[in-house]
Design a protein around this ligand. Structure first.
Ligand code: ADP
Ligand code: ASP
Ligand code: MG
Length: 413
């Protein structure tokens, strides 16, 4: 019997009615002849509320304790889902991440899955149960509960699909699929039928919150086709697979905006071999995830080093920098919090020129200043002042016709 993994996000299990609807979908999938594993997130905004609770008693909560608290949100959902399925006359059993041996490293609040023991789940599936697993959480080798970073239930689901040998993972959410841009901000965004792992990986790591980026890595590595779709209707959503030929012919397939970033600049660092390594070694030791790095030579013997981090890592990053600052003879450290990053992504950039120019021109036409630029083979990102962020995002989306389906866009020269 094929195994199907279905993941329900927070809004899709927000109340009793939605929990019953999710339960119904799992039962339908079982009736169609699948063995069904369900992964669920905390209900509604519960993770945010738990974080707020923690902050009421501690300004910077110890991360182990935070994970202990946050994992309770998902635990509530899975037991409620199992009850709802039972009430509909079908067998269901819920588990925490630790109970099904989702083992992670010990980076509390952003742990990475290292292994999953499939035997517990397989045993229950073979006994005819729908198995429901708490998303977003795992356990490190010492037995402590960890969480996988915000939005991490997607990763639990795709990693479980990979571990169980499932070919498909369905992600049920509050949008119809993956759009060319965040539909909450760029209202004219359109749904994509398909997108490649490489592109969605880039979009997700640049802030397209619809999928947790690590989930895509698992999907790509273990050939799990991911179907992102709405929990509110039966429409086809977006399929995430390997290469999608149609997208090769267009310049940009999607755009993202990230507003929760901060930029740290170390001014006038000694321009010597090994200094960059020392700075980033300290950040890595503090488990800070660094996004973009820009180093510029300002004289024969001095350089400025800038990098961006998520705002949630800012304090930790500043502490780490303080420890290395004197060692690299840095004059001063400048922190900029009111910035945003607008990015465009497309595999078509590999074979076409002029994309950067189109993006810069769109911003220039609105007199929006670009504070820093970074690129990869398939993306271009611009840092802008937060006050210009939405305007910048919209104009860039318009410039690349992200309000049109691929077939209707002008073909690049
Ligand atoms: P869930 O709780 O189901 O995991 P999320 O809030 O994590 O849902 O993800 C869905 C949200 O992602 C959408 O409501 C949308 O605002 C946002 N989003 C950002 N970028 C995109 C995009 N390119 N396509 C679709 N949704 C996006
Ligand atoms: N509940 C977690 C969060 O809000 C995980 C998830 O939703 O995927 O980040
Ligand atoms: Mg999510």
């Amino acid at each position: 019997m094929p195994i199907l993994v279905q993941k329900f996000g927070g809004t899709s299990v927000a109340n009793a009615e939605k929990i019953r609807r999710a339960a119904g979908r799992a039962i339908e999938a079982k009736k169609r002849g699948n063995q069904v594993v369900v992964v669920a997130s905390a209900r509604g905004q519960q993770t945010d509320e738990l974080i707020a609770d923690a902050k009421e008693v501690h300004p910077n909560p110890p991360k182990r304790e935070l994970d202990m608290l946050l994992s309770t949100g998902e635990q509530q959902t899975v037991s409620l889902l199992a009850m709802a399925i039972d009430a509909m006359g079908h067998k269901a059993i819920s588990f925490t991440g630790a109970q099904v041996k989702i083992m992670t490293d010990d980076s509390y609040t952003k742990a990475r899955i290292q292994s999953i023991g499939a035997d517990v789940i397989r045993g229950k599936l073979d006994d005819g149960y729908i198995v429901i697993v708490a998303g977003f959480q795992g356990m490190e080798a010492g037995g402590n509960i960890t969480t996988l970073g915000r939005g991490g239930s997607d990763t639990s689901a795709v990693a479980l699909a990979a571990a169980m040998g499932a070919d498909f993972c369905e992600i049920y959410t509050d949008v119809d699929g993956v759009y060319t841009a965040d539909p909450r901000i760029y209202k004219k965004a359109v749904k994509m039928k398909q997108i490649s792992y490489d592109e969605i990986l880039e979009l997700a790591s640049l802030g397209a919150g619809v999928m947790h980026s690590r989930s895509i890595e698992f999907g790509k590595k273990y050939n799990v086709t991911i179907h992102v779709r709405s929990s509110m209707n039966n429409n086809e959503g977006t399929y995430i697979t390997h290469e999608v030929p149609l997208l090769e012919g267009i310049l940009v397939s999607g755009a993202t905006i990230q507003k929760d970033l901060a930029k740290i600049t170390l001014n006038s660092v000694d321009n010597k071999p090994g200094n960059a390594a020392r700075i980033f070694e300290h950040l890595a030791a503090a488990k800070v995830v660094v996004n973009d790095i820009i180093q510029t030579e300002i004289s024969a013997d001095k350089a400025n080093v800038s990098f961006t981090v998520g705002k949630s890592d800012l304090l930790t990053a500043q502490e780490a920098i303080e420890k290395i600052r004197k060692g690299v003879h840095c004059d001063s450290v400048f922190v900029r919090e009111n910035i945003a990053e607008v990015s465009v992504v497309g595999v078509g950039m590999r074979s076409h020129y002029g994309v950067a120019n189109m993006m810069f021109k769109a911003l220039a036409d609105l007199k929006i200043n670009i504070e820093a630029i970074t690129t990869s083979e398939i993306r271009i990102s611009c840092l802008v002042d937060i006050k210009d962020a939405i305007k910048a995002y919209e104009t860039v989306c318009d410039a690349f016709e992200l309000d049109k389906t691929v077939e209707k866009r002008n073909q690049p020269k």
